[in-house]
Design a protein around this ligand. Sequence first.
Ligand code: ZN
Length: 465
Amino acid sequence: MKKAEDFSEWYNEIVERTNLTDKRYPVKGMNVWTPYGWKIMRAIDTQIREELDGTGHDEVCFPLLIPADQFSKEKEHIKGFDAEVFWVTHAGLNPLDVKLLLRPTSETAMYPIFALWVRSHADLPLKTYQIVNTFRYETKQTRAFIRVREIHFFESHTCHADFEDAERQVREDYEILDRLAKRWCVPYRLLRRTDWDKFPGADYTVGIDTVLPNGRTLQLGSIHQYRENFSKPYGIEYEDEDGEHRHVHQTTYGMSERLLGAMVAVHGDDKGLLLPPDVAPVQVVVVPVLAKGASEEVNRAAAELQDDVKRAGVRVFLDDRDVRPGAKYYDWELKGVPLRLEIGRKDMEKGVVTYVRRDTGEKSLKNRAEVAQDVLQTLVDISTEMLSRAQQRMEDDTVDAESLDDLPEKLIRLGWCGDEECGHVIEDRTDRNIIGIPVEDEGFDGTCVVCGKKASSPVYIARAM
Ligand code: ZN
């Protein structure tokens, strides 16, 4: 299946052929993490941990089950999640007095405990995060990593003395995201959701969205400002310096295994995956190119090459299977290994190694003696270029429109006055969703496509994946 012809089918096929996940588990939407898929997810998790630990967050791990009465304290929140919740109603044969639910997200698990942890201004800010699985009963068609019912999920939860400090946290979240997205070569836009589309219970929600090759958007995560919307019902209070009791202001930041889905979708091609070097379980594969009578010699040189690359801190694999080199190339291209090194007798005689980049297919000869530094530099180049190509494609898939008719299947930017009524007209007439208003000022100068009033900011609309 060709990516350009049928993206959706291509995606399913690539996930299947590369064995990133096993969908045969007998609960729909709950897939098995295979060794290869889990190694990539674990690299993503490790980098999230590095960023969060490095910005003064502490990792916690809350229980999976939430009592129904805790869950229903914040009214908007429960309305938003009610239809997606998995319930636990029995313990053995006995019905439970208070029903329990599997966390769809962890606000209602954490906040009753935060109310006990936060006492005085000295306890603030409280910056925590966890990486756990969450559960949502999706009714739409499931799709590996993109729409599942058991979701591998990162969520940070913070408490602050006032709104301003919570706003500082939101800005720090943008910076964390930007550093991570660069490592993952994933382009994104920060789009503030409309009031009718924000997270249930949030004061405002900023979505982290990327554009897929079929022109649809994929939400990779979100950042929320809660103000006191949760701290009031959950009683999260602190005593300020004057002895006054105040409610904390809260934020959250969440991202899921969709990040992996986005890497597959954005970078893969008709040959298979193309993994960003920072998350690839195998960054470099060494393939000996054997000639008659010289196999032992070449194999030894390939093993030495592997050792040198490994010492440089690179995840390298020596493919010394007894199959043709062509079959090896095919397998590693499918798996998305960013760089292949070939070494044969001719290379050995000339003191060189053949480099083959997975992203461009470019072949080059480089000095054997400088392999450690050259491999590191090539991986950096691949990563930088993967990101810039993906960013360019996202730009190309974003178009301006001045009316609501004949819109292409892309991310569309148009003028909107901000009135809810005009917003609904835009969504109904285009059969698309308002994804949001850009967080960054785009210097937009236009008018609302519905009422003609001046629009100080554009709005992005699309069909969401
Ligand atoms: Zn309007």
